[in-house]
Design a protein around this ligand. Structure first.
Ligand code: ADP
Length: 639
């Protein structure tokens, strides 16, 4: 059984008070018992002494002492009266040496044997526990106070006073009653006080607990009012600090989260519904519920949506035809209705659900917001374009900078040649000024160096031509490219390319291996542009193997409805620091290279919604992996 702090505290305090009460009661009872026994003994002895005095004078008159004692009326009345006035005394008797009663407070017992009983003085000499035990044991017993009767210093009988423990017990019980009532009241008060105390002590715990449950329910800015100067006060301050921190974090998170007014449909969540064989809606998830009226579960699906709603149509077709319906593109209105508006494009399909015996138990409707997917896709494409533009600009800047620099230098040299200012003289002047020495350099007449000037003009003209080529190349590269997509057989494409690549391969001693069987699915592409891509990659590969090697072209279908085309060579490879630059416009390491080839390749692959990656190990070779979409790829469905 689980006890709360309050119950434990009440139990603890009450038990302590109870123990104290019990201990005090025991002490009190034992002292009461002793007092009672001593009182009984004293009264018994007094009684015995009175009888003794009278008996002595009766016996002193001579004759048969027993008969005298038996017949003496004063003795008899003394015996009877004394027991009447002594509350615990049950009998008073004079017995002879054999124990036969000579005179008894109850006259009818005279002549009978009075059995011996334990002495009261012996019990009084014992322990308090022994006395209590004797008093409260069984149905009680008799204890005696005895006094010998003497004649001529010889005992001829005794006076025996009987005291009943049952009567003492009653006395004690009567005396104890108020004490027991007081003890009970003390226990009750202790219990009440401890409950009150527990209530008071536990209040802060209740306050903290309610604060925590408010936090758990998502309440923000919960504070506790615990002003006491103790550990609970410290706990309250700590709680308030944690709550403030949580509130700040939540505000920050809320600020980071999507705006609250962002329409539900923009979230990338599939809408799912399960409809029973009799058109009853069994289940609908959040995205589906968003477009259905309130509490739709259990109602007929066709009653929930307008007649022309695509979801209703597709579910009806599924249940009527008892066949799953493939995904189809549907346009939904902004509110999820059938109206074509700003809503967006969804793909919806159904799946018939059977039980283990093959009976139809329902149809699962699944719809995905592809409008959202295409937004994501276009963001990715846009980022890629930006990255490509960055690479392009870097290449152009580099290429334009070189001729401009050269022109600047040659223009300066031309200026010097025309002004007849020899470079050597200027250097001497500069050195003299820097050294602080007053050196006079003899001035000569300006003389035009015609040959040098013509040389500089011709170099400047060359650089302008180079610049023009750069600009023309750039214009060619950036001109909007028209892409006419159609199914392209890669097998045929490489068959066509082979005669163009082979002469270059033969020239450098390269073995050409093309593994692109006719069974490979067609890709969706512009044949002319794809031709350009793979010719560039193949020629680059041949040029990277001046000492010969192997050029392998391998086509394989891969995941995501794509075809991968590997262009692998065993050539010189590309150092890691150059790998990033090879797609930059004008980047070339070749003496007569243009640096346009790979940037064109990159751009064309992008225009085909494809990917290009390169892996290379210097000295071992390079692999370009191009991935292109299959021509039979259905519209983007649940991938
Ligand atoms: P170009 O061929 O005019 O240099 P590209 O853009 O086609 O221009 O290539 C850029 C650079 O990429 C090349 O100069 C070369 O350094 C490197 N490169 C391209 N393909 C390979 C290859 N297969 N192996 C080694 N390096 C290559």
């Amino acid at each position: 059984m689980r006890l709360g702090i309050k119950a434990k505290q009440v139990l603890g305090v009450t038990s302590i008070v109870g123990l104290v009460v019990v201990a005090l009661s025991a002490i009190q009872l034992s002292s009461l018992a002793r007092m009672n026994l001593e009182g009984s003994e004293a009264r018994g002895e007094l009684l015995a002494n009175t009888i003794f005095q009278r008996a002595r004078s009766v016996v002193a008159q001579g004759g048969d002492p027993y008969a005298a004692l038996h017949d003496d009326s004063s003795i008899r009345s003394l015996l009877e009266s004394t027991i009447a006035f002594s509350p615990n005394v049950t009998y008073a008797a004079i017995v002879d040496t054999t124990g036969r009663i000579v005179a008894d407070s109850d006259e009818t017992l005279d002549g009978q044997i009075l059995p011996p009983e334990p002495e009261l003085s012996t019990l009084l000499a014992g322990s308090g526990f022994g006395q209590l035990q004797a008093i409260y044991e069984g149905h009680g017993r008799t204890l005696e106070i005895t006094q010998s009767l003497l004649r001529n210093n010889t005992s001829f009988g005794s006076i025996r006073i009987g005291v009943s423990t049952l009567l003492i017990r009653e006395d004690l019980n009567t005396a104890l009653r108020p004490f027991v009532v007081t003890a009970g009241a003390a226990l009750l008060i202790a219990m009440l006080v401890s409950m009150l105390l527990a209530q008071l002590l536990l209040r802060p715990i209740h306050v903290i607990r309610s604060g925590l449950s408010r936090l758990q329910q998502g309440e923000v800015g919960v504070t506790l009012d615990l002003k006491q100067q103790d550990e609970f006060g410290d706990l309250g301050t700590f709680f308030n600090a944690v709550s403030a921190q949580l509130a700040a974090d939540r505000t920050r998170l809320a600020a980071d989260a999507r705006p609250a007014d962002e329409p539900e449909r923009d979230r990338l969540e599939d809408a799912v519904a399960l409809v029973g064989p009799d058109d009853e809606l069994l289940f609908a998830n959040g995205a589906m519920l968003a477009i259905l009226p309130e509490s739709p579960v259990g109602r007929r699906f066709r009653e929930l949506l307008p007649e022309d709603h695509p979801y209703r149509t597709i579910v009806e077709q599924t249940l009527e035809g008892r066949e799953s319906q493939g995904p189809r593109s549907v346009l939904l209105g902004e509110d999820g209705g059938a109206s074509e508006g700003e809503g967006g494009e969804w793909l919806a399909g159904t799946q018939v659900v059977h039980d283990h015996e093959g009976r139809i138990i329902g149809a699962m409707l699944l719809a995905r917001n592809v409008g959202y997917l295409s937004q994501v896709q276009s963001t990715i494409t846009y980022s890629r374009k930006l990255a490509a533009l960055g690479r392009l600009s870097a290449g152009v800047a580099h290429e334009v900078k070189n001729p401009l620099n050269a022109m600047m230098i040659h223009l300066e040299l031309l200026r010097q040649a025309l002004s007849g200012e020899p470079g050597r003289r200027r250097h001497a002047e500069a050195a003299a000024v820097a050294g602080g020495a007053a050196v006079s350099v003899p001035a000569t007449e300006p003389r035009i160096d015609q040959a040098a000037a013509l040389q500089h003009v011709s170099t400047i003209a060359d650089e302008i031509r180079r610049l023009d080529q750069v600009v023309q190349g750039f214009l060619k590269f950036t001109r909007p490219q028209e892409v006419r997509l159609e199914p392209v057989s890669l097998h045929e494409l490489f068959e066509e390319l082979k005669p163009t690549i082979e002469p270059e391969a033969e020239r450098t001693g390269v073995t050409l291996v093309i593994d692109c069987p006719p069974g490979i699915p067609d890709v969706s592409g512009d044949p002319g542009l794809l031709h350009q891509v793979f010719l560039n990659l193949a020629l680059n590969a041949c040029q990277a193997m001046p000492q010969g090697g192997t050029l392998r072209i391998v086509c394989t279908p891969v995941r995501g409805q794509r075809i991968s085309i590997l262009v692998e060579d065993t050539g010189i490879g590309i150092p890691p620091d150059r790998l990033e630059k090879i797609f930059e416009l004008y980047f070339t390491t070749k003496e007569r290279g243009s640096g346009i080839g790979l940037s064109m390749v990159y751009r064309i692959v992008q225009l085909h919604d494809g990917d290009i990656e390169v892996q290379s190990t210097p000295g071992r070779g390079t692999t370009f992996r191009v991935q292109l979409p299959r021509a039979d790829t259905p519209r983007k469905w649940l991938t």
